[in-house]
Design a binder for this molecule. Structure first.
Ligand code: SF4
Ligand code: SF4
Length: 304
């Protein structure tokens, strides 16, 4: 039986497409965006998380691994997650619940059971189900099984994609997906190389989605002095003019991860500065002076 590797199912989501939705987060992503808000989504295998705030310094974990990759510092365990990201026995060893396994293999029917609990909410609010990640497209053969079951119940389906699709999977989704959330991460090549180490051209996927007559919401992570340059807003304007299937553009201002979460996952993730109100004001002006339509930021409409 085919299974999907997921790291969360979020009921009553309101930011992943129209209405009230259930968002299924799939684990595994081919990209490494420095600003990723879901670092637990990147590896395509089960992982261990570590929450130092719960540690009472009992020493059991360090003793268990004979101090390999775990040191006691100021009466707390300091865990090198590069060594211990798959040391699942630590979950049982730690009496404080500091360690957790992230990522579960689930059959389509297990996920379906959760999703169907909120059927009435989807119908009343015009909502549905969103497949997100990570890169959900990487697990399409499994999602297809689930999506077929949902479509027979007439549930609206949204797919969240990064735009990176070397295996041309997107074409296989057209029969089942109603709406696409597509990232626009940057406009300049040096930003791609420095912060993602992979070039992306959303125009390729936008063309395919236009030809397939599919609605698109652009999702735009925006970080001051990183990707909020003139070229970025020019690119959004160009897409807005070219593709009438873009129904909305969402600016997603960067915000720092909680430090503890950062430590738990990837100690070397880049931290950027949160935008100021004047950054956000400038972004609104950049949007409006270019006449980019249907732009939203922080649940407020920036342009009509
Ligand atoms: S076993 Fe848990 S509580 Fe004890 S030192 Fe290790 S992380 Fe801390
Ligand atoms: S594409 Fe999304 S999930 Fe993947 S690394 Fe970038 S921000 Fe994270």
């Amino acid at each position: 039986m085919t299974k999907g590797l997921i790291f969360d199912i979020q009921r009553f989501s309101v930011n992943d497409g129209p209405g009230i939705r259930t968002t299924v987060f799939f684990k595994g992503c081919s990209l490494r965006c420095a600003w990723c808000h879901n670092p637990e989504s990147i590896a395509s295998y089960r992982q261990l998380s570590y929450d130092p705030s719960r540690c009472d310094g009992c020493f059991r974990c360090a003793h268990h691994v004979r101090h390999h990759g775990i040191a006691m510092i100021n009466d707390k365990a300091s865990v090198d997650m590069n060594v211990h990201d798959r040391s699942y026995d630590l979950v049982e060893i730690c009496p404080q619940g500091c360690f957790q396994v992230v990522g579960n293999e689930k059959e389509a029917d297990e996920i379906l059971t959760v999703i169907l609990k909120d059927l009435d909410y989807y119908r009343d609010s015009g909502g549905g189900v969103t497949f997100s990640g990570g890169e959900a497209l990487n697990q399409w053969p499994f999602i297809e099984i689930l999506a077929e079951k949902l479509k027979t119940r007439n549930i609206h389906l949204t797919l969240d994609v990064s735009g990176y699709d070397p295996n041309h999977m997107i074409e296989r989704t057209f029969d089942l997906i109603d709406l696409y959330l597509l990232d626009v991460k940057a406009a300049r090549e040096n930003v791609f190389q420095k912060y993602i180490r992979q070039s992306l051209d959303p125009d390729i996927m936008l063309k395919q989605l236009k030809q397939a007559n599919k609605a698109v919401i652009l999702r735009c992570p925006i970080i001051p002095n990183v990707n909020d340059d003139t070229e970025y807003f020019d690119l959004l304007a160009q897409f807005n003019e070219t593709y009438d299937n873009i129904i909305e553009t969402h600016l997603l201002p960067y915000h720092k991860l909680r430090k503890s979460q950062q430590v738990r996952w990837l100690n070397d993730r880049e931290l950027f500065e949160d935008p100021t109100e004047s950054d956000k004001l400038r972004w609104r002006k950049e949007v409006n002076c270019r006449g980019i339509r249907h732009v939203w930021m922080e649940n407020k409409q920036v342009s009509l």
